[in-house]
Design a protein around this ligand. Structure first.
Ligand code: AHG
Ligand code: MN
Ligand code: MN
Ligand code: MN
Length: 347
């Protein structure tokens, strides 16, 4: 008997490692630990309100207000704990940073420290949890500065302030009708679907590519009055449809889970905008550079799409703080380039 053979995530990582004959396997082990955390989160998400009934830890968790001033959901806290607990013991990490932790997380002295930094948004779109809409986790892997690796010292904020071009890997898990993991290790983008029987991520989308053109955009239109002129112009032209300057009709989507929008765009194209706006002068954008914009930006670029602040490529931005917010535009290349062009043109 022959079975239809699909690669597992582990097999994919081993294949990718063959490109680096001297690689130790640390990196692969780290990604597999992250994948395990994502599987655990997928289970917690799936139990929903039943969590307490079945002895799931979710109900007993203490929540607070995170460093961005957001009320944490219980699942924000639980997901963060899954990430730290499942990755800290392996000996691969020098430290971590997360949306839900004000300061960098130190690998306990009882564990070995390694050469990578893990940065993550443990649960993206968590305002959608209560309404049972798709959420996800986003992560990015950086190399720790050599001084950190050599000394094994505690990590500090500055160690994480590396531009997105320095990312070694980025990915997200999506907790939707099916659980998926989408990953780039800098050699294209691969999508894996969790086989619930085997508990394994199976390679189902080997080479994801974002179509260059699209007729679909995503933006929170309730912020229209705060947008800058180039974004207004772009959206107005989309809304004008086939009789307007674009000469075609556009469709619109807004899920309010950026990770789910990113996935839709990877599957069928589109453009996502959470641009810099004038809503709150202390917040230059809604989304966070290190654990939202950069990992999604890396994935988009690796899939032939583009990610930008509107003014410059996202991945070249020099970060200034751990929880820095930034205007974000990503998706189909020709649309993102058009939006960048509108930012360059005089008003
Ligand atoms: P998070 O749940 O990690 O805090 O991120 C939420 C983000 C993002 O996923 C989404 O696109 C955006 O917030 C939604 O913003 P609006 O509430 O303005 O629609
Ligand atoms: Mn949040
Ligand atoms: Mn988020
Ligand atoms: Mn989050």
């Amino acid at each position: 008997m022959t079975t239809r053979r699909r690669f597992t995530l582990t097999q994919y990582l081993i294949e990718q490692r063959r490109r680096f004959p001297s690689a130790s396997g640390d990196f692969n082990a780290l990604v597999l630990d992250v994948a395990l955390a994502c599987k655990a989160i997928a289970r917690s998400v799936a139990f929903g309100e039943l969590g307490s009934v079945l002895g799931n830890p979710v109900a007993d968790v203490a929540t607070g207000v995170n460093v961005q001033g957001e009320e944490q959901k219980r699942l924000d806290v639980v997901s963060n704990a899954y990430f730290t607990e499942m990755t800290e013991w392996g000996g691969h990490l020098a430290g971590m940073a997360s949306e839900e932790m004000d300061h960098p997380y130190q690998i306990p002295s009882t564990h070995q420290r390694g050469k990578y930094l893990l940065v993550f948004d443990p649960l993206d779109g968590s305002s959608n949890i209560d309404v049972n809409v798709t959420v996800g986790s986003i992560f990015s892997v950086l190399r720790a500065p050599q001084a950190v690796i050599d000394s094994g010292r505690d990590v500090v904020e500055a160690d994480f302030l590396q531009p997105g071009t320095q990312q070694l890997a980025a990915g997200y898990a999506l907790y939707g009708p099916t659980t998926m993991l989408v990953l780039t290790v800098g050699n294209g983008v691969a999508g894996f679907t969790l086989d619930p029987n085997l508990g394994q991520f199976m390679l189902t989308h080997p080479q994801l590519q974002v179509p260059e053109d699209t007729q679909e955009f995503a933006i929170n239109a309730s912020n229209t009055r705060f947008w800058e002129r180039p974004i207004r112009r772009y959206v107005d032209e989309c809304l004008a449809g086939r009789t307007g300057p674009r000469g075609k009709d556009f469709n619109m989507r807004w899920i309010a889970s950026m990770v789910a929008e990113a996935h839709r765009i990877l599957m069928r194209g589109g453009v996502f905008m959470y641009p810099r706006d004038t809503k709150d002068p202390s917040k230059p954008g809604r989304l966070r550079l290190l654990y939202e914009a950069n990992p999604i930006g890396f994935i988009m670029e690796q899939a032939g799409g583009r990610a930008s602040t509107g003014r410059e490529p996202m991945l070249t931005v020099e970060p200034t703080s751990l929880h820095q917010r930034i205007g974000l535009v990503f998706g189909s290349r020709n649309e993102v380039e058009r939006i960048e062009r509108y930012h360059r043109e005089p008003a």
